[in-house]
Design a protein around this ligand. Structure first.
Ligand SMILES: Cc1cc2nc3c(=O)[nH]c(=O)nc-3n(C[C@H](O)[C@H](O)[C@H](O)COP(=O)(O)O)c2cc1C
Length: 339
């Protein structure tokens, strides 16, 4: 499943972001090597979400896609795996990292990290339910403290997991701190399966440093890929000694237009103003590192005309666009550890 001659590059799953239109868009601009769906929430009454399923049945990326599950109940999670096996998935991933209180208070996602015995049971059930289907885990390094990671690694080691992705923060650290790259390196040394490093990769250099510091088999990139969909292509070039493509303002404008069109054609009853609101959520990431007024002005647009006029005002140029977001922004913090 992973490339053999260079680090593997995954698009991170992001709820309400990495949906089918986003996958189409990111694949159009080079794309990742592997994808993971937004999570399927699993509980006693749940059925596989039809909209997320379309990322699998209509997978536009021509690359493997893994289905992610989030839940706390081992038999229900195993039932979801049986249902998923009717679809063309390349694996099943268990979410052990979601820091949203509404999720972790129910002991799902990152909340499970407080209950290692329950993780042990769930991993056993899921490994069995997956059979020959690859079974992967995406985890943080602990709930309260990274010291919890030693015990977690022991649990991961005792099940035949095919790949582990580590977002190098605790649940309590959410998204705003540097990542514990030493813990990712520890996982690389301890586990026999490939380990993928995640968190704070915002450009080529930060990705290469994270790989070098940890020895990980690859990278998973989330917010950095919303901001710059060419990041995968840039890292691929860097790791195969090719020239790294530069991104211009106009290329970003083209990306925004493509994302607008792809997202619009998925909405059954297209309402322009509502669509502009959805686009603003992407623009919060895309505008980071550009002129400080860009984010401010885009937040205030009310319709499609204002939206594209504002984007053009800040991006309609042939020069190189800023490679990095600003370090102290609410959305991108702590990445200077890799610069
Ligand atoms: C808006 C948003 C939604 C997310 N949804 C998910 C999700 O559904 N499943 C998951 O495992 N992680 C989810 N994450 C976490 C990311 O996959 C990733 O671990 C995190 O953003 C750190 O990587 P980054 O610094 O490259 O963004 C989400 C993150 C964001 C910002």
């Amino acid at each position: 499943m992973l490339p053999i001659d260079r680090p593997a590059l995954f698009l991170a799953p992001m709820q309400d972001v990495t949906d089918l239109p986003f996958l189409r868009t990111i694949a159009f601009f080079g794309g990742a090597d592997l994808y993971i769906t937004e999570y399927f929430r699993v509980h006693i009454h749940s059925r596989l979400d039809p909209y997320i399923l379309r990322s699998i049945t209509e997978n536009p990326t021509e690359r493997p896609i893994i289905a992610q599950l989030i839940g706390q109940d081992a038999p229900e999670l195993a039932r979801a795996v049986s249902d998923l096996k009717n679809y063309p998935i390349s694996g099943v991933d268990l979410n052990l990292g979601c820091p949203a209180p509404v999720v972790y208070r129910k002991n799902a996602g990152g909340g499970l990290l407080r209950h290692p015995d329950q993780i042990y049971e769930i991993l056993g059930r899921l490994r069995e339910a997956c059979g020959v289907t690859p079974f992967t885990v995406k985890t943080r390094v602990g709930f309260e403290s990274e010291e919890e990671f030693d015990r977690l690694l022991g649990i991961f080691r005792s099940h035949e997991i095919d790949l582990v992705t580590i977002h190098g923060r605790t649940v309590k650290e959410r998204y705003q701190t540097p990542v514990h790259d030493d813990r990712v390196a520890q996982a690389v040394r301890t586990l026999t399966c490939p380990v993928i490093a995640n968190g704070n990769v915002v450009n080529c250099q930060t990705g290469l440093s994270y790989l070098e510091l940890t020895g990980a088999a690859g990278l998973m990139i989330g917010r950095g890929a919303i901001r710059n969909p060419w990041i995968f292509e840039q890292i691929r070039c860097a790791t195969s000694e090719q020239k790294i493509p530069k991104i211009t303002g106009r290329m970003i404008l083209e990306y925004i237009t493509k994302l607008y069109d792809e997202t619009a054609r998925e909405i059954p009853e297209f309402i322009e103003d509502r669509h502009v609101q959805k686009m603003k959520k992407y623009l919060v990431y895309i505008s980071q590192g550009h002129h400080a007024d860009f984010e401010h002005q885009i937040r205030r647009v009310k319709n499609k005309t204002e939206f594209f006029e504002t984007c053009a005002r800040f991006l309609d140029y042939e020069g190189h666009a800023p490679d990095l977001p600003s370090e102290n922004s609410r959305l991108f913090c702590g990445f200077s550890q890799f610069l």
